[in-house]
Write a protein that binds this ligand. Structure first.
Ligand code: UDP
Length: 416
């Protein structure tokens, strides 16, 4: 895919894409679909009933809901608090239905023309076996940074060396084999046992290595040594063709309604004065961390726009309101804050009033912030986020890392 590509050469060719049903995976897959469409490919998207996209926004794509015989309530869903086991369930559950669905598209030449390949999220590891069986090339989209993907692939090595047996006691120790991460940055997923995490990652890596190519939403200039290392380990074509969102916005694939009052509020603020605070679509925090964050923001004296997603505080279903935030806090910040449940993040980061981003260091958020030149304050929660945060602070030097546990004073000092 180069800037010289024209649509005409690809006319009559179709690509079938299969996103993982989670916000941070749906956005880049749809952006990639739009990019492929813009150079002439016809697009089919196979999607699950859970976190289904609003297909009316994409009249130029063909959509295929993956069907199965189970009743609606039986299908597995992506569970943020139980990531490894929900991913395992999804892979088991959809293997059969996906094969039927893909076979139907492949055999219906009249409706769909020639299908060149499938593009599947790396987490859908079962799709390699299906692609092999149906004799169609599979390209993998990995929606993380390259640096964090390499850290995931090194998990068996980290276990062998003994880091994983003693994560807490050795937290501050440098991981000599993978600078500049510390032991506490080693990617972990949820509270599930390490063996099942490593087993899942190993399967993802093995199946990815069998594929025909690997796409990353990153770019050569951002991660040159990491891309070199990736190409050494994965002897297949690797395409670093991001940042996708600079060509197609994520707004169209937002699973939540974006509250545009945040932009109106930003319009009233001074240039580069506002701290934008968001921890993405999956991360949660406990009530203590939430209150520390709230008071840190209040004590910093800085205006802030805070995305507080419903369900983001452990144990609370709704967005926390006055029952969690004391009246004195609200009084303190009323003149310089805006709290919303979901924001048009790309627009927010591009807004001239925004001067910083307190983020959970999800890869899409990190890349969106880098592209707008907004410095970051990182509070990673799990998975790839700790590695992204370490790269932001120590490799790219475009932000600070509050690490995983923070107190109000860290927040206050970090903002200042
Ligand atoms: N996002 C958004 N509005 C918000 C918060 C996040 O549109 O209020 C978008 C953000 O622009 C990004 C995605 O949700 O594209 C979050 O992806 P990321 O990889 O940063 O984190 P995840 O949600 O996967 O943890």
């Amino acid at each position: 895919m180069t800037s010289n590509d024209t649509g005409s050469s690809n006319l009559g060719s179709r690509v079938v894409l299969f996103p993982l049903p989670a916000q941070g995976h749906i956005n880049p897959m749809f952006q990639l679909a739009n990019i492929l469409h813009s150079i002439g490919y016809a697009i089919s998207i196979v999607y699950t009933p859970h976190n289904a996209p609003d297909i009316s926004r994409f009249p130029h794509f063909h959509f295929q809901l993956i069907s199965d015989s189970n009743s609606q309530s039986d299908y597995p869903i992506f569970k943020p608090l139980d990531v490894v086991s929900s991913i395992n369930q999804l892979n088991v559950h959809y293997a059969g239905p996906f094969k039927i669905c893909l076979a139907r598209i492949l055999s219906d030449h009249e409706s769909f023309g020639t299908v060149r390949c499938i593009v599947a999220d790396a987490i859908w590891h079962f799709t390699q076996a299906v692609a092999d069986e149906l004799n169609i090339p599979r390209i993998v989209l990995r929606t993380s940074s390259v640096c964090s993907f390499l850290a995931f692939t090194a998990l068996p090595l980290f276990r062998k060396i003994g880091y994983l047996a003693n994560l807490e006691a050795r937290a501050e120790e440098a991981v000599q084999e993978f600078p500049p991460i510390k032991v506490k940055d080693i990617p972990t997923i949820g509270d599930g046992d390490q063996d099942s995490t490593i087993e899942l990652i190993s399967t993802v890596v093995t199946e990815t290595k069998k594929s025909s190519g690997l796409i990353f939403n990153t770019f050569q200039e951002l991660e040159p040594p990491d891309l070199n290392e990736l190409r050494r380990q994965f002897r297949m074509p690797v395409f670093a063709v991001g940042p996708f969102h600079k060509r197609f916005s994520a707004a169209e694939t937002s699973l939540r309604k974006q509250d545009r009052s945040s932009i109106d509020w930003l319009d009233t603020q001074a240039p580069q004065s506002v701290l934008y605070v968001s921890f993405g679509s999956v991360a949660t925090m406990d009530k203590t961390a939430f209150l520390e964050a709230a008071w840190g923001l209040a004590n910093s004296g800085q205006p802030f726009l805070w995305v507080v997603r419903p369900g983001s505080i452990n144990g609370a279903v709704a967005a926390p309101g006055s029952e969690m935030l004391p009246g004195e806090w609200a009084e303190e910040v009323s003149q310089r804050s805006c709290v919303v449940e979901w924001a048009p993040q790309q627009e927010v980061l591009a807004h001239p009033s925004v001067g910083g981003f307190w983020t959970h260091s999800g890869w899409n958020s990190t890349l969106e912030s880098i592209c707008e030149g907004v410095p970051m304050m990182c509070a990673p929660c799990f998975g790839d986020q700790m590695v992204n945060a370490r790269w932001v602070s120590d490799v790219w030097r475009i932000g600070i890392n509050l690490e995983r546990v923070f107190a109000r004073r860290d927040v206050e000092e970090g903002v200042r």
